[in-house]
Design a protein around this ligand. Structure first.
Ligand code: GLU
Length: 293
């Protein structure tokens, strides 16, 4: 009997075009490429342009030049999130049908005022692993009648996951398999520490968390290789995968390139931008050396 062809491992590099690529992105892209080659796998490129308020086509156009310059080779076609909004809407509906989502009306400044007031009174406000305050319980606890009134008044709102309900439904301790530069092995996923995460905003139809799990599944990604800054977010991704019945990839969170101030590089840090380094006469080999590869 002919044996079935082995499915190749699938890796992806998934930058957001809300600024120029810098050395941190080059490290991630090149580690993905190296791991894909070692595993005889495929490398996909995904453009995470869901947030149309911040993403720009000129950044995306520059991505292709920068990535080709550092020697990245990816499969075509490139998946662009802005072309798959129906997929995220369908996932959102699945969660909604199970009563796991609620409309959240508080603005960022209302939440901030609430936190400042509590902290001014000496009460600690719970924060997520990135240090952002958890969303207050008001909207989750609102009665159906009031919720309907607010919705019909046309008040802008986001959609948030009812974390406690979602965890009860999944009913098991979630884990992921990690091989990166932090803690490795079977990692306990602490999704609760993120509170009621946002799944869509009035100005962005899907959040990063929702679109990343939908896309990884749609593209058959088996290995998620990305920076350690997204290590803890993996807990939310694992929860969404369970809720949506999607299989879990393996995760590898690699070291970050830090700026002179010891912080993670930002897209506005011009001196480490790949386009700026190229314009300054650096070669792709120089980039490899700068990255310690
Ligand atoms: N788009 C994300 C970023 O640029 C990366 C998402 C991921 O690799 O899961 O930070």
């Amino acid at each position: 009997m002919p044996s079935r062809p082995r499915q190749k491992p699938v890796f992806r590099f998934a930058p957001s075009p809300n600024g120029f690529l810098h050395l941190g992105h080059a490290l991630s892209a090149l580690i993905n490429q190296k791991m894909a080659q070692q595993a005889d796998g495929r490398l996909l490129l995904r453009i995470e342009d869901i947030d149309q308020t911040r993403c720009r086509p000129d950044f995306e156009a520059e991505f292709y030049r920068d990535l080709a310059w550092i020697g990245l080779a990816w499969e075509e076609p490139v998946r662009r999130q802005s072309e798959h909004l129906a997929d995220y809407a369908a996932a959102l509906r699945q969660l909604e049908d199970r009563g796991l989502i609620y409309p959240a009306f508080l603005t960022r400044s209302e939440v901030k005022a609430r936190v400042t007031e509590a902290e001014g009174d000496g009460q600690a406000w719970p924060r997520d692993p990135d240090g952002a305050p958890l969303y207050p319980a008001d909207d989750r606890e609102r009665g159906e009648k009031e919720r309907r009134q607010l919705l019909s008044s046309g008040l802008r709102h986001a959609l948030r996951l009812d974390m406690a309900k979602a965890l009860t439904l999944v009913g098991q301790s979630l884990t992921w398999q990690e091989t990166g530069d932090g803690e490795t092995g079977t990692i306990a996923a602490d999704a609760a520490s993120w509170g009621d995460v946002i799944l869509s905003r009035s100005d962005a139809p899907s959040s990063y968390h929702l679109s990343v799990v939908v896309d990884d599944a749609a593209q058959g990604v088996t290995h998620v290789v990305r920076g350690l800054d997204l290590y803890h977010a993996t807990a939310v991704h694992r929860l969404l995968q369970e809720l949506l019945g999607l299989s879990a990839p393996l995760y590898h969170h690699h070291r970050l390139i830090l700026g002179s101030d010891g912080r993670k590089l930002s897209k506005s840090e011009g001196a480490t931008g790949l386009a700026a380094l190229r314009a300054a006469g650096r070669s792709p080999a120089d980039i490899g050396r700068l990255l310690g590869l």
